[in-house]
Design a protein around this ligand. Structure first.
Ligand SMILES: Cc1cc2nc3c(=O)[nH]c(=O)nc-3n(C[C@H](O)[C@H](O)[C@H](O)COP(=O)(O)OP(=O)(O)OC[C@H]3O[C@@H](n4cnc5c(N)ncnc54)[C@H](O)[C@@H]3O)c2cc1C
Length: 459
């Protein structure tokens, strides 16, 4: 049992326990319903001083600590049974410097909230594809979004971070201050401390972009994937998006014959001149006629919320992802076959193109490797109710089926169970050793271990 008296004397925000009933229950909910956990206490931080207090309290009391930004960890790292959950949700401060094109943002913000603030100035940075995703775990896990081929991953846009380390100090990490710590934060996850503020580079984006979806019958999937692959071979950096295998929603914009049927969506995120984007898409439209053409000029924030409706909180989730060496015809056929065996109407396979700004960052500039990978395949198992084993087996079977083309190094943001082997594989052996040395320097006792854990190097 955690003795909270000491924490309450040091902490300005709420400290909730089961005795707080509904307030405690709503504060402990995670995006992934698989993780229905009951923390010993939830400390809802209002600022850096609260973070220092909670980290110091957990260290001194030797109680397990979980840290939450937006609560979207598919692996359930931001919730805990017993112990202390440090919830950064109330920390939503944000300040845009439109002249310097930078934003300072606190870790309780979601991407929907941050995009709204930066778009008020016609600016944006690479952010999550679902607006409810927290910025904190996303950036610390590298952060992949529609803008990445033009402006890099989220971690490539990180300019500095304020970090509370395991010993309770608040440090500024940047290219010039604690540069090794700064390097580790650009993809090494929550291993090295609690970030209380991010400083990110911004870019002129929109505010109107060309976005939406071309929707095809699933029977056309292999042909569409081939045509999309061929289009992407020479497509400029402004061409973002991807392919999603989905069950079409029963929405008015979906032709009646496709509603609730397996389908294929080409998500379009074009950040250049609209007519040029449309003409690039014409090649695809000519190759296979879409059942619905929903591509149109739209506010950038609307593009960012395009797939929100298909990703509500409260479903059960199990995810695996891999970089692909190639997307040849055999790979495509294997992916289509896997998608056609999906066990839940909410599950998806997503194919995302790499290249341009993602690939042009030197490999050793950030912890994540494999930047040259031309494609990523994400398999998202998502379901309601029971039968976890059935849906998880489909995800694992899909991963096995795609193994011949897998190139490893995938961002751990997209992986449900990041055991030690997977964490090593994501970073590669040399970078893992560098991260383990950094972990020993900043968190030798592994206080921050509810994450894609990097084990401190032995002394
Ligand atoms: C619906 C959905 C859509 C997604 N879309 C994308 C996408 O497009 N691109 C992508 O790259 N990923 C995506 N993800 C994955 C997502 O980036 C990760 O789950 C990420 O961790 C979410 O951030 P969060 O703050 O919500 O996470 P949380 O669950 O709050 O935290 C995740 C991890 O980060 C640590 N952490 C959180 N805040 C801090 C902090 N301030 N300091 C130190 N450590 C911290 C936590 O301890 C935990 O280990 C998506 C996830 C979901 C559920």
């Amino acid at each position: 049992m955690v003795d909270l008296k000491l924490l309450r004397t040091r902490f300005r925000g709420e400290v909730l326990t089961a005795a707080d009933g509904a307030r405690f229950d709503s504060a402990r909910v995670a995006f992934n319903a698989v993780f229905d956990r009951r923390p010993g206490a939830i400390a809802r931080a209002t600022g850096a001083a609260d973070v220092i207090a909670a980290v110091s309290f957990a260290r001194e009391s030797r109680i397990p600590l979980a840290v939450r930004g937006g609560g979207h960890s598919v692996a359930g790292y931001s919730t805990i049974d017993g112990g202390l959950l440090l919830d950064l949700g109330p920390m939503k401060g944000v300040r845009v410097d439109s002249v310097a094109r930078r934003v300072r943002a606190q870790p309780g913000l979601t991407w929907g909230e941050l995009d709204r603030e930066t778009q008020a100035f016609g600016l944006a940075t690479t952010g999550g594809r679902v607006t409810s995703t927290g910025i904190a775990g996303f950036i610390l896990g590298s952060g992949s979004g529609w803008l990445e081929r033009l402006h890099g991953l989220a971690c490539d846009n990180l300019l500095s971070a304020d970090v509370v380390t395991a010993d309770g100090r608040l440090l500024i990490a940047s290219a010039t201050e604690h540069p090794e710590l700064f390097w580790g934060l650009k993809g090494g996850g929550g291993n090295f401390g609690v970030v209380t503020e991010f400083e990110l580079a911004l870019h002129p984006v929109g505010p109107t972009v060309l976005g939406g979806m071309l929707l095809f019958a699933r029977t056309d999937a292999a042909s569409v994937c081939r045509a999309y692959r061929d289009l992407l071979r020479d497509a400029p950096a402004e061409f973002g998006g991807g392919i999603v295998f989905l069950v079409a929603p029963p929405a008015p914009f979906v032709p009646k014959t496709l509603r609730l049927e397996p389908a294929l969506g080409v998500i379009v995120a074009w950040f250049g001149e609209h007519a040029r984007g449309q003409s690039l898409l014409d090649g695809l439209r000519r190759a296979v006629a879409p059942a619905a053409d929903l591509v149109q000029p739209m506010p950038y924030c609307a593009l960012q919320s395009l797939v929100d409706a298909g990703n509500p909180p409260g479903r059960r989730q199990y995810w695996r992802s891999d970089n692909l060496r190639t997307l040849d015809d055999d790979t495509i056929d294997a992916i289509v076959a896997c998608a056609n065996r999906a066990t839940s109407p909410f599950s998806n396979i997503i194919l995302q193109p790499g290249g341009h700004a993602v690939a042009s960052v030197p490999d050793d500039a950030t912890p994540l490797g494999g930047r040259a990978a031309p494609w990523q395949a994400h398999c998202y198992g998502s379901w309601e109710g029971g039968e976890d084993a059935l849906h998880i087996a489909w995800v694992k079977d899909t991963e096995s089926a795609l193994a011949p083309w897998a190139a490893g190094h995938v961002s751990l943001n997209f992986v449900s169970d990041a055991d030690g082997g997977r964490v090593r594989a994501a970073f590669g052996e040399a970078k893992y050793r560098r991260l383990a040395a950094l972990k020993r320097a900043f968190d030798p006792d592994n206080l921050f271990r509810l994450n894609q854990n990097i084990v401190p190097a032995p002394p």
